[in-house]
Design a protein around this ligand. Structure first.
Ligand SMILES: Nc1nc2c(ncn2[C@@H]2O[C@H](COP(=O)(O)OP(=O)(O)O)[C@@H](O)[C@H]2O)c(=O)[nH]1
Ligand SMILES: [Mg+2]
Length: 228
């Protein structure tokens, strides 16, 4: 019988002091490998994460993508789960996310808010534009790669570490999610989705400023669609 695969849960953070300790404690119930990738927090997030039992990696520059790229070489387990710190993602769904990987049916599994519903992505114009932009990008990905995925932007996903290391990620900000999805498909790895509900962030505000980053989303879409 093969031994079960090992897994690291990675939580990227920037100023998430209100929720990080509970997130770490919940994740530690699933695995002892819980890593917090923190950039430039000023509210004590790394100290709270370490106290709660996480391994904390401090990244000296801003950007969720930079933080994810910085921890990739440090991963020594077979599998990795990325989950946000703000309480939006359901820790209880992690075993369902890992199942297709453990059963050898997928190399990358993303949690879909379109299948599981979102309590966050509706209401304001900012959220309308995010949802519309996300739907457009997902439609382009489906057209380009001949797949039928429903989400491409969720921060909640699980991958084989060997596959993650092969992707050659370059993005510094949240465009890393879309880059992970497109490079997985481009390199002919198997992408699967499971439904997972997205809750509204428990405290504070989203760090994404759409007016500043939308051009980068378009650039990454064109780069990964048109170039090998
Ligand atoms: N390490 C790191 N994490 C970040 C950064 N910006 C956002 N995050 C984290 O990425 C996750 C998603 O961020 P959030 O602002 O909630 O984005 P949204 O859910 O797409 O609105 C949260 O856990 C944030 O703390 C950053 O610059 N560096
Ligand atoms: Mg969030």
């Amino acid at each position: 019988m093969n031994p079960p695969l090992s897994c690291t849960i990675v939580i990227p953070t920037r100023d998430e002091a209100e929720t990080i300790a509970e997130m770490v404690q919940c994740c530690l119930k699933l695995t002892s490998n819980v890593m917090v990738a923190d950039s430039l927090s000023k509210d004590g997030t790394p100290e709270l994460a370490a106290k709660a039992g996480a391994r904390v990696i401090t990244i000296p520059q801003a950007g969720k993508g930079s933080a994810i790229r910085a921890i990739i070489p440090l991963l020594t387990t077979d599998l990795v789960v990325f989950i946000d710190a703000d309480g939006s993602h359901e820790v209880a769904d992690i075993p369902r996310l890992l199942k297709p990987l453990l059963e050898g049916r997928a190399d990358h599994v993303q949690a879909s808010r379109l299948l599981g519903g979102s309590s966050e992505l509706h209401g304001s114009f900012q959220e309308f534009f995010r949802l519309a932009g996300s739907a457009f990008i997902t439609a382009c990905i489906n057209w380009r790669f001949g797949v039928t995925i429903s989400d491409s932007q969720n921060g909640f996903r699980a991958l084989r570490v060997a596959v993650l290391k092969e992707l050659g990620l370059q993005e510094k900000i949240t465009t890393i999610e879309q880059e992970m999805v497109m490079k997985t498909l481009k390199k002919n790895y198997r992408l699967a989705e499971v439904a997972s509900h997205e809750h509204a962030r428990i405290f504070g505000e989203s760090k994404i400023r759409l007016s500043r980053v939308w051009i980068r989303y378009g650039y990454v879409l064109i780069r990964e669609t048109c170039f090998p």
